[in-house]
Design a protein around this ligand. Sequence first.
Ligand SMILES: *Cc1c(COP(=O)(O)O)cnc(C)c1O
Length: 365
Amino acid sequence: MAIPMLDVKKMQEPIKEELSQTVQNVLDSGYFINGPFVEAFENELADYLGVEDAIGVTSGSDALIVALMAFGIGPGDEVITTPFTFFATVGAIARVGATPVFVDICPDSFQIDHEQIESKITSRTKCILPVSLFGQTADMDPIIEIGKKHGLRVLEDAAQSIGAKYKDRFSGSMGDAGTLSFFPAKNLGCLGDGGAVLTQNKELGQQIRKLRNHGGFSLYHYEEIGGNFRLDALQAAVLSTKLPYLKEWEATRRKHAGYYDSRFASVDGLTPPVAMPFAYHVYNQYVLRVNATGRPALQEQLKEKGIASAIYYPLCLHQQTCFEYLGYKKGDFPEAEKAADEVLAIPLLTDQYEQVADAVVEAMS
Ligand SMILES: *Cc1c(COP(=O)(O)O)cnc(C)c1O
């Protein structure tokens, strides 16, 4: 039987009845935009993650855009981030008219190398945007320290890391704001698109609420130019139903990751992912390093057994056609480029994880 990267239909099976009831409740209530389902979910999410405010928005991509807008970041401003992330992180910076400035990653964690951030700060820098990639955060304390020292905003892209912790703090709860995605393949997924902005700053939260509603709180009166960045009530209700199960799904991810770690620790040519000492890792993806020449063969052999694998991400952001205007070239960020050549994610949330491990070990021997 084939093993996909993630079976999003099967994931909902155990709570299908509950989800059907939720959909029915929303249908019967007539609350489709804003209203009690959105408010309830926002409160539950804020409580869960220990933040002052959680604002539901249309997607993880829009969460980044609306947070940058709330910071007042636009043309002429620079935002420091990593070239090894999903497109949306960097797309959001460009979309508000600002300039992405890249910093290379740490080879162990795949996260932005905080030691290289200060050298990229100029008089135009306004924000540092670390991404908590694959399910653990960057080393946040020094990043927040650099932000304070230089008067910069810190925005954490926590799309892949809901539930992860840095020391004793939840991913997304640090810095000025954090963003989440509820895309179905994230650790907490809805039945479509959704996202949230998290902040400890109530005033900033209010500003984001205003911007997600076109830029005004009272109907047909606008103080600013925002947009329609609202989370659907239907998705909010689905997320309220699923949030109580997050811990359980997270435990399964961690159990399977631990099993993989033990199976792969001494396999030649494979490097299992490293959970940093400060991290509680929630493994949105289980990402191995395979030497660049071995990767295509491993992928091929898994494929022959019906086992999916995926490369997150095959081309760094500074090498994308759409960002040519930034003037970067191959070789500018050697660790990020090496990671792009070597990473391979394998299915994690599957009952057949032992079979996946067997196939990987066999292919490498
Ligand atoms: C998924 C993801 C996003 C975008 O979220 P969407 O909800 O799909 O818009 C942004 N950043 C990272 C790192 C992501 O993984």
